[in-house]
Write a protein that binds this ligand. Structure first.
Ligand code: PMP
Ligand code: GLN
Length: 382
């Protein structure tokens, strides 16, 4: 029976493709974004403890109260914002779920959704499955900052939502206070809502502070902030995160969440609640990753690539436009096969798949692995 696909243009994601190729070739996998080291053994002990103690049945739909409180405590400590953990914090099965549930809660058929281009790969399908119409605003090369005049022109009477991602994947661009203020000015007299993907909230460099949209009085009232413990505690395979939103939006968000996943793994929630009690576990993350970014960038200086050190996230982009006309996809496949280092061609993040001759490397790896990768990258022929 022929099936009329709801996502006719979607194939297997580049992250799956490149991770498989890396594995098939025995290459160092700097493609898909996941840490190449273990999380804190104390966190594993806590999960084990709660599993053995019988915390293995459904958690409450919105998340266990103590974890929601700890997330609110973290928001107070880091952003100096008071949240009511009862009706402004929801625990979800990863930021991907939060993004999908938020879009589904508010986007109706025919609604326009403004996306920055390039964007993380899950946004456009979430919009399409809800009958929304993506409206792309190109980010400005080379730093991938926002041209607010372009955003202004993209806003129409049918704009329902704007999707923000800071720190940005793949570029690492971190929004400034001016970015937040300008967005607020543009939408304050409209009914436009915002989804803010902040999964790299604790990974910023050179003293730069992540400015969560929850910190902005105007934006806070209309934004779903999506976070992920996978990124913060090196456990991407656990798929657990959270959504912060004002009570009215949280109520709508939970209506979707309860029929999407209903609830999120119980022992993980208890373990993370205990683990979050010690703030140094997330406050030390910028320094931890800055050392890796610096190590990686120092080594890259001896490679043929051009780059500007990432402002945030655990990705480093590099350009080879000055050296070769090879497509970024072909180059990333060739480097995986020939020198044994896998990366992501960033054309996949663009709506029109335009090739800017830029690759993305994930530096969330053991230093020893980064050194081996760098030795190989120094040798490449372009
Ligand atoms: N947003 C961005 C920008 C990401 O890079 C990722 C990838 N991890 C996600 C969302 C998904 O997060 P999670 O694994 O918690 O679903
Ligand atoms: N966020 C990860 C990345 O950008 C990938 C997650 C996934 O594979 N879906 O590499």
């Amino acid at each position: 029976m022929p099936i009329l696909s709801k996502l006719p243009n979607v194939g297997t994601t580049i992250f799956t493709v490149m991770s498989k190729l890396a594995s098939d070739c025995g290459a160092i996998n700097l493609s898909q974004g996941f840490p190449g080291f273990e999380c804190d053994p104390e966190l594993l002990d806590l999960v084990n403890k709660y599993m053995k103690a019988g915390f293995n049945q459904y958690a409450p739909m919105s998340g266990i109260p103590v974890l929601r409180e700890r997330i609110a405590d973290k928001t107070k400590l880091v952003y100096d914002v008071d949240l009511n953990s009862e009706n402004e914090v929801t625990v979800v099965s990863g930021a991907t779920e939060a993004l999908y549930a938020a879009v589904t809660a508010v986007v109706r058929r025919g609604d326009e959704v403004i996306l920055f281009d390039p964007a993380y790969d899950s946004y456009a399908p979430a919009i399409a499955l809800n009958g929304g119409i993506p409206v792309y605003v190109p980010l400005e090369m080379p730093d991938f900052s926002v041209d607010w005049e372009k955003v202004k022109s993209a806003i129409s009477d049918t704009t329902r939502l704007i999707m923000v991602n800071t720190p940005h994947n793949p570029s690492g661009y971190v929004w400034t206070q001016e970015d937040l203020d300008t967005l607020a000015d543009l939408i304050q007299d409209t009914d436009i809502l915002v989804v803010s993907d902040e999964v790299y909230e604790h990974i910023t460099f050179d003293g730069r502070k992540h400015l969560s949209l929850v910190t902005h009085p105007t934006l806070r009232d209309r934004t779903f902030v999506c976070g992920s413990f996978g990124k913060t505690f090196h456990v991407t395979g656990w798929k657990i995160g959270y959504c912060l939103a004002p009570p009215q939006l949280t109520a709508e968000f939970r209506k979707v969440h309860q029929f999407l996943t209903f609830s999120t793994a119980t022992p993980l929630q208890y373990a993370l609640a205990d683990y979050l009690a010690e703030p140094s576990r997330y406050l030390t993350l910028p320094d931890y990753y800055q050392q890796k970014r610096d190590l990686f960038c120092e080594g890259l200086k001896e490679s043929p690539f051009k780059f500007t050190p990432a402002q945030g996230s655990f990705f480093q982009m590099v350009s080879y436009a000055h050296l070769s006309k090879e497509s970024d996809y072909d180059l990333s496949v060739r480097l995986t096969k020939e020198i044994g280092v896998a990366s992501i061609p960033i054309s996949v993040f663009f709506s029109n798949k335009k090739d800017h001759k830029i690759l993305r490397f994930c530096f969330a790896k053991k230093d020893s692995e980064l050194y081996v990768a760098l030795d190989k990258l120094k040798e490449i022929k372009l």
